[in-house]
Design a protein around this ligand. Structure first.
Ligand code: 13P
Ligand code: SF4
Length: 326
């Protein structure tokens, strides 16, 4: 049962999300939020939350929020003893790679990613044999075992910079075919791709963009670079989740459509009340496995602790650190 004290202590947090969570429903959230805030203090824990987390996580219990690149950087900087990663498994693995001495928890072990599932370490070794001497740039949306077989990692926020920093005419970029093709369109570096797809972004079509423009004249369309290349071509801007958020925050378009995961619009709408968000979004079922309940359970029961085989971790860490050094 929700106590009066929990309601009082969380009232200021409800203010932030009142457009998504009506007052009558708040007691359901307040008890868990209040417990999580107390557990974080007891355990010297921080919650790192990806931009696709639901508003009650993103705005009410997260300490640090951002895209994959920001979460990796923030994981290095934190002085907390425990990191709870409110996001998907590869993000928690990256945080652990960068903080081998810390406890890193993922509230649901099944919070995966279709891109991470699309390629194995064996596949990467095969690519290296087929293209000897060509550097392998690996999207962070992969397992530590895949990262360990790579030369350097990238995120959607720095992919072009990483590819060009290598100073070579040709790279392999895996596993996201669409991200690789979208970057190839922006650079002179030749890119060999793999056939992985994000199950959320691959569903957007160029026809969706045209329909949106017809239905909402003047709408500014932002697309994540995991979308198919013809969608990115039709859009007004393409960038990581952080870049999309910055675009809205600085340019304040009258009306905007974010071709990405649904919670993005909800989260940035809070600080951009004057912007009208048109919502042709798709849900990521993996991101949505993370809830207040399992975050609370993670802190109460120390689960699920992320561990990485030390033989893999050393090489995978190098690939991530090379990226962060750029
Ligand atoms: P960002 O790095 O842009 O946040 O993307 C992560 C992701 O999983 C997008 O689907
Ligand atoms: Fe993976 Fe796509 Fe979900 Fe991002 S949105 S975690 S790339 S499945």
């Amino acid at each position: 049962m929700t106590t009066v004290q929990a309601l009082e202590r969380t009232a200021h947090l409800h203010e932030r999300v009142r457009h998504f969570i009506p007052a009558v429903e708040w007691p359901v959230f307040a008890e868990d939020i209040d417990a999580i805030l107390a557990l974080k203090r007891q355990r010297r824990a921080v919650i790192l939350a990806h931009n696709y987390q639901t508003p009650e996580i993103y705005h009410c219990v997260a300490d640090l929020v951002g895209d994959s690149l920001a979460l990796a950087r923030l994981a290095v900087e934190t002085e907390a003893e425990v990191i709870v990663l409110a996001g998907v498994h590869f993000m928690a693995e990256t945080a652990k790679l960068l903080n081998p001495q810390k406890t890193v928890l993922i509230p649901d072990l099944k919070a995966g990613c279709s891109l991470a599932e699309s390629i194995t370490a064996d596949d990467v070794r095969g690519l290296r044999r087929r293209h000897p001497g060509v550097p392998i740039v690996t999207y962070v949306n992969t397992s530590a075992a895949v990262k360990a077989e790579s030369d350097i990692c990238c995120t959607s926020g720095n992919a072009r910079k990483v590819v060009e920093a290598l100073g070579v005419p040709r790279v392999i970029m895996l596993p996201d075919e669409y991200l690789a093709r979208n970057i190839a369109a922006e650079t002179d570096v030749e890119i060999i791709t793999w056939n992985g797809r994000c199950e959320v972004h691959e569903r957007f079509t160029a026809g969706d963009v045209r329909e949106l423009r017809a239905a909402h004249p003047g709408v500014v369309v932002l697309a994540h670079p995991e979308c198919p290349p013809d969608v990115v071509t039709e859009a007004d801007f393409s960038g990581s989740t952080a870049a999309m958020s910055d675009y809205v925050g600085t340019r304040k378009p009258k009306s905007v459509a974010l071709l990405t995961e649904c919670s993005m619009s909800d989260n940035i709408a809070v600080s951009n009340p004057e912007v009208d968000f048109v919502r042709p979004c798709n849900l990521c079922p993996h991101m949505k496995r993370i809830t207040l309940k399992n975050i609370r359970q993670a802190l109460e029961e120390n689960r699920h602790e992320v561990t990485i085989d030390p033989l893999i971790a050393g090489r995978a860490r190098l690939a991530v650190e090379r990226m962060l050094a750029i």
